[in-house]
Structures are given as structure tokens and as C-alpha cells.
Design a protein around this ligand. Structure first.
Ligand code: PMP
Length: 440
């Protein structure tokens, strides 16, 4: 199929609608992760049968320009031929051994060389972002001998019980403050603070610093929409954690290898004690990782007393995809171009929204951006929730009708890939100008 063909109307058509009906009979809500159901933007979700570069093709044969990028992993574009080749080669040698391999050593060495907090440290592979954060926090508790953890309002760190408190992402979209099935005692030791608020953290540390095992933060929030750190915020978190013996955990599942080669910690020059990775680290395969300072990581079994394990951890297919992706990033770093094109897109969106007379505020960090349908700046979850969600829903539908596939929620970021060239940005901006005018 031709990658340069003009996108066609991507609103769910006959085949996707039929499949959605069938899916709802056998899969709760018809989807395997809630936000995919399009509940907050309306309409049935297009069913995807193929992806290449910056494009998706639906079961109705519509071609879409993709800004979801499988929720972040597709940094190099979908189905990069060298990544696919590496996975096929690994598959031919066996799908899983549940045993140590040479490739996972190379992979771990490469991850540690790229992520500042893991330089000279260690990393453990898991299978998802959820597993990475859950395991990192258990480790922080085991290492410090303390129980309390701090998370920020609107941050999403996966669906472990202790973290399903005021979580963003799908939980935000659905307006679920927590989740049924989480016993109150599971979140008793989770302290919730407003995001980006230095004085709230300072006060908590003064009162309870010696009881806190970890502060976990999305260094660039992505699950309330894209929200950059206020100047000095990450630096102050670092200082306070050092002062009070708290393990600082950066959840870089979304930002790792995206906002810079070494993630947000490289971009903002603040090094946490532990880092959680997911998404890009697996190059599209189910891989997560957590790692950091050696003396903390040596608390993990079998070296130390903190238990964590996984049958499919370090799976050869995931390792092959992740390793090849990281090699390609180093061979041909995409970051300068991603920055330039993402800036063009963000500036163009703001201009077209202004021309249509719409309240609109764009946040962007590297190839990660969100346009909020509200007038003022967005520094935290309360600001993000002040957006006009109904208007976002109509914008989403108008964009889809023009072949542009955006995340179906105001509380998500758009992701560019190295395959989103200037022509694709131009087409997106043309569509956006029409969409803004249509919803004005
Ligand atoms: N942390 C962050 C910052 C995330 O964005 C996500 C997923 N969107 C997770 C953790 C959970 O990752 P996974 O969906 O792979 O479990």
C-alpha cells in the first residue's frame, strides 16, 4: 500500500462498527484498555489492521495519520524494517526460554549507558510500565524500610492498587476517582499531592519526611495531557529527597527516549534514584524496565530481600525489538528533527485555533504535545480539567473525519515519530484549520 496516499475519512465505518459490536460481546467494552473505546469523544473506534511509518490503515481501508503512535512506543514510526527484521530473526530462534540470554545483557548495558540515573547502575527488565512502577516502589519501600509513597494528582503510573488514586489517563477520561476493587487499606500509605507544587512537597517533607519511602513523579506529565515541569520543580524534588533519604522515582514510561535520548532526566538535568521505563524501550513489544543506583538495585532478589520476578521478563522478542530500537536511535538520532517538526505542529495548531477564535493552550516538550481547549496555561491536573471536553470531542471527530488519528481524550498527549515529515505536518495543519473552523 502506498504511504503517500491521501488520508481518507477515518470515522468508524461499516466494518469497524460491526467489529466493535462483535467485540463488545466478548471483551468488556469491546476493548483491552479502556481509553480505546472512544467513550469521551463519541463514535465507534476505528479497528486497525496495519501500520507503517506515520500511518495506520483501518478495517474500512481508511488511511490515517497517526499521532497516538501506540501510545508512545512508535518513536521511529510503525514497523521499522530493521526492528521487524530483528524480531523475526529472534522468533526463528525460539519465542521464550525463561532463561538468561546474551541479548538481554547487551540490552541492559545499552539502557544503562543511555539513561543518566542508570549510568554505573543497574536495570531489571519487566513486561509493562505498570510492572516497572509497581516493582520500583516495592524496591523503594524495601530499601528504605518505610511504607509511605507520594504520587501527584492526575499522574498515571499504571494500574497497581496503590497507585490508583486520582490517576490520570483513562481513569481521568472516565472520571473514575479511584477504582472499585481497591481496598482502602491498599492506598492508606499513598499520599496524594498536587502536581508541580513545590511548597506542598516541602510541607509534607517537613512533617513526614522520615516516613516517606519514595516520591514518584512523571517528570513531564503525560496523563493529564502534556504538562511540563515548572522551572525548579524537579530540582527541588531532588534536593528534598536527598535531604530526607527518600527514593526519587522518575516514571519515564512515556518520556524515556522520547523527550531526549536520556529522557526527561537528561533534558532537565535532574537525576532520580530510580527510573521506570516502558513503551519505547520495547520498540512496540511488551517490555518495561526499572533501574538506577546500584546500592538500591542490589536489594532485589536474588541479591537482596525484595522479591520481583517474571516468566516472560527479558523475553527474546521484546529484547530484540528494544535493543534494535535503541541502536537505531544512537545510529541516527531523531531528536533535532522531532523537535523542529513538533514545534511547527504546535505553533501551527495554536495559530489556527486563534484564527478560529477558540480558547486554546498548547503544551509541548519535544515530540510530545497537547492542545487544551481552554484559555489559560496548564500547570496541573486542575488546570487540565478546566478544558472544554465537549469541544475537544467535536475536534477529535472532525480530525478523524479528515484522516487524522488523535488520542481520544483531552488528557493524553500527541506523539510524533521520526516518520512524521513536513508534508505530513502540513496535511495535519490543513485538517486542523478546517476542524477548528467547523467547531467554532
Ligand atoms: N507510567 C506512565 C507515565 C504511563 O504513561 C503509563 C501508560 N500509559 C504507565 C506507567 C503504565 O504502563 P503500561 O500501560 O505499559 O502498564
Amino acid at each position: 500500500m502506498n504511504d503517500t496516499a491521501t488520508p481518507r475519512d477515518g470515522r468508524a465505518q461499516a466494518r469497524s462498527q460491526e467489529l466493535f459490536t462483535a467485540a463488545k460481546r466478548v471483551i468488556p467494552g469491546g476493548v483491552n484498555s479502556p481509553v480505546r473505546a472512544f467513550s469521551s469523544v463519541g463514535g465507534a473506534p476505528p479497528f486497525i489492521k496495519r501500520a507503517q511509518g506515520a500511518y495506520l490503515w483501518t478495517e474500512d481501508d481508511a488511511q490515517l495519520i497517526d499521532y497516538v503512535g501506540t501510545w508512545g512506543p512508535a518513536l521511529l514510526g510503525h514497523a521499522h524494517p530493521e526492528v521487524v527484521e530483528a524480531v523475526c530473526k529472534a522468533a526463528a530462534d525460539g519465542l521464550s526460554f525463561g532463561a538468561a540470554t546474551k541479548a538481554e545483557v547487551e540490552f541492559a548495558e545499552r539502557i544503562c549507558s543511555m539513561v543518566p540515573s542508570m549510568n554505573g547502575g543497574m536495570v531489571r527488565l519487566v513486561c509493562s510500565g505498570t510492572e516497572a512502577t509497581m516493582s520500583a516502589l516495592r524496591l523503594a519501600r524495601g530499601f528504605t524500610g518505610r511504607n509511605k509513597i507520594v504520587k501527584m494528582d492526575g499522574a498515571y503510573h499504571g494500574h497497581a492498587d496503590m497507585l490508583l488514586v486520582a490517576a490520570g489517563s483513562g481513569a481521568a477520561t472516565l472520571g473514575i476517582p479511584g477504582s472499585a476493587g481497591v481496598p482502602p487499606r491498599m492506598v492508606e500509605d499513598t499520599v496524594l499531592l498536587p502536581h508541580n507544587d513545590v511548597s506542598a512537597v516541602e510541607q509534607l517533607c517537613t512533617e513526614q519526611g522520615d516516613q516517606l519511602a519514595a516520591i514518584i513523579v512523571e517528570p513531564v506529565a503525560g496523563n493529564m495531557g502534556c504538562v511540563p515541569p515548572r522551572p525548579g520543580y524537579l530540582e527541588r524534588l531532588r534536593e528534598l529527597c536527598t535531604e530526607h533519604g527518600i527514593v526519587l522515582v522518575f516514571d519515564e514510561v512515556m518520556t524515556g527516549f522520547r523527550v531526549a535520548r536520556g529522557g526527561a532526566q537528561e533534558r532537565f538535568g535532574v537525576t532520580p534514584d530510580l527510573t521506570c521505563l516502558g513503551k519505547i524501550v520495547g520498540g512496540g513489544m511488551p517490555v518495561g524496565a526499572y533501574g538506577g543506583r546500584r546500592e538500591i538495585m542490589e536489594s532485589i532478589a536474588p541479591v537482596g530481600p525484595v522479591y520481583q520476578a517474571g516468566t516472560l521478563s527479558g523475553n527474546p522478542l521484546g529484547v530484540a525489538a528494544g535493543l534494535k530500537t535503541l541502536e537505531l536511535i544512537d545510529r541516527d538520532p531523531p531528536y533535532a528533527e522531532l523537535e523542529r517538526r513538533s514545534a511547527r505542529l504546535a505553533e501551527g495548531l495554536a495559530q489556527h485555533a486563534a484564527a478560529a477564535g477558540l480558547p486554546f493552550h498548547g503544551n509541548r516538550v519535544g515530540a510530545m504535545l497537547t492542545g487544551f481547549f481552554r484559555a489559560g496555561p496548564v500547570h496541573d491536573y486542575a488546570d487540565a480539567k478546566g478544558s472544554d471536553l465537549e469541544r475537544f470531542g467535536r475536534f477529535h471527530q472532525q480530525m478523524l473525519a479528515r484522516g487524522i488519528y488523535l488520542a481520544p481524550s483531552q488528557f493524553e498527549a500527541a506523539f510524533l515519530s521520526a516518520s512524521h515529515d513536513d508534508a505530513i505536518i502540513d496535511r495535519t495543519l490543513e485538517a486542523a484549520a478546517e476542524a477548528f473552523a467547523a467547531i467554532g
